[in-house]
Structures are given as structure tokens and as C-alpha cells.
Design a protein around this ligand. Sequence first.
Ligand code: AMP
Length: 273
Amino acid sequence: MKIISTPIELKEYLKNFNKTIGFVPTMGALHEGHITLIKEARKANELVVVSIFVNPTQFLKGEDLDKYPRKDEADKKICELSGVDILFFPDASSIYSKDEVSILAPNVRGFVLEGFSRPGHFSGVLTVVMKLLNIVNPTKAYFGKKDAQQLNLIALMVKQYFMNVEIVGVDTVRDSDGLALSSRNVYLSTKDRKEALKISSSLQTAAKMILKDVVNVENIIKEMREVLNPLEIFYVEILNLDFEIIKEVELGNTVILVEAKVGDTRLLDNIWL
Ligand code: AMP
């Protein structure tokens, strides 16, 4: 595995490479979720590039940028063992300059759900993804469905900006108790972790209702809120795959999303039905 730390060096290295490239952007503190993305990229491409970059522009003032978990050495080992060809590990100074051209999240879809409580977050995400895609120029780029709104906005940007990359969404990887894996789970105390299970349980409750032919979105959300009680809920929403509000669940075109606070940690999860 080759480790590259500047965009110029990586672009130079890939300049004459005309085989398929699978790209997995991450913020490090890698877990099974990230490894699954890497495996998907490995299966379908000749070269696999992973980036580890804790992107400052997607953190709002007062958020956990400084204490975001960093596990550089372990991450390098994981990448090596997962068959990564190139690990891109840039500094913020090689990605950003002082006077930046702005990429802004769309006014509606970028400022609802997570974007409502974290205004500007998705502008930072789209900015860094645009930069990383331009540096790597991959055939396919892999993103987790766990961050459903992020995946939706990235796909939208790629379409609207006529970019030459296929965006692949990968199913959420969970712990055996149902908790969606997240780098932020390390913040949870034993008690928090138990409370956090209410999030995946609420999604299971919704799935069970739908299996019993309940399709009314309002009724399903009401039950989910009961399960989540007393967590601080940022949102519980049931949308179609274009992220539009619906009144009735339509199988094959529905995503159910939850974001709640457990201890001091925001956790999000969703299921696609
Ligand atoms: P992050 O390092 O948190 O920015 O995540 C990097 C990529 O891994 C994103 O595309 C996430 O959606 C994806 N990811 C994070 N957690 C999971 C998970 N539990 N299952 C699948 N993908 C995940």
C-alpha cells in the first residue's frame, strides 16, 4: 500500500492510470462499516483509493472537530489488511486555501433533517467531496447509506454538475445488538450505549408495522417517538427516495430516518424499505 499526503502527488501518480478506480472517502477511526465500503470497492475496481481526512469545513463552531477520534496507525493497518492500494492522508493546508470558491448545499434539501440542526454542514461535505473526487477522478465512489442525506446530496451534486463518477450506496453495517456502527460510538458510556439502542429499535418498530400493512406515515412516526422516549430527538421522518415528504409508505421507495442525542453524542440511523 502506498501512502500519499498531497493532492499534487496523488494526481501525478494517477495521471496515466487508465484502469478502474474505486474510491472510499472517510474521516478515519475506521470500523467494519468503512471496511465494508472498501471491500465493495475492491470487488469492482482494479485500484482502490481510500482517503482519511477529518474535514474541518463540515464541523460547525462548537462541534467535536478537535476531539473527533483519530487512530492513524490502526487505520493504516486496517487499510493495508483490507487490500487498499493507495491511502490518501492529506493535511488541511493542502486541501484548503484562504480564499475559497464556495460550493453550497442546495437551499431546501441541504437545510432539512441534519442540515436543519447543523446549517452549513452539508456545504462543507459537498465541498470536500467535490475536491476529493477531482483529485482521485475515480470510476466509482462508495458512500454509506447510514448517512442517507449525505449520500442523496452527493448523488445530486454529481448529477447536477455532470461529473464523471458513479456513486455507489452501501448498506449500513451494525453491531450484533443492532446499533449502527459509527466512529462516534466511542463517545458512548455503557449506559448511553443501551439508550442508543432505542434508535435502531424505533426503526425495527416501523419496519414491523409496515410488514403488518400499516402505511400511514403519521401513525408510524408516533409509535417510533414512543420507542425513542426520553431521548432528545432531532428528527424522525419518513420520506421517499427523492427525500420528499410522503403520507403513505410505498415499499421500494421509502427511507425512514432518525437522529437523536444520546449523552452528548448525535447519532443517526435509517432504513430503506
Ligand atoms: P465517516 O468516516 O464517518 O465520514 O464515514 C465514511 C463513509 O463510511 C461514509 O460514506 C459513511 O456513510 C460510511 N459509513 C459510516 N458508518 C457506516 C456503517 N455503519 N455502515 C456503512 N457505511 C458506513
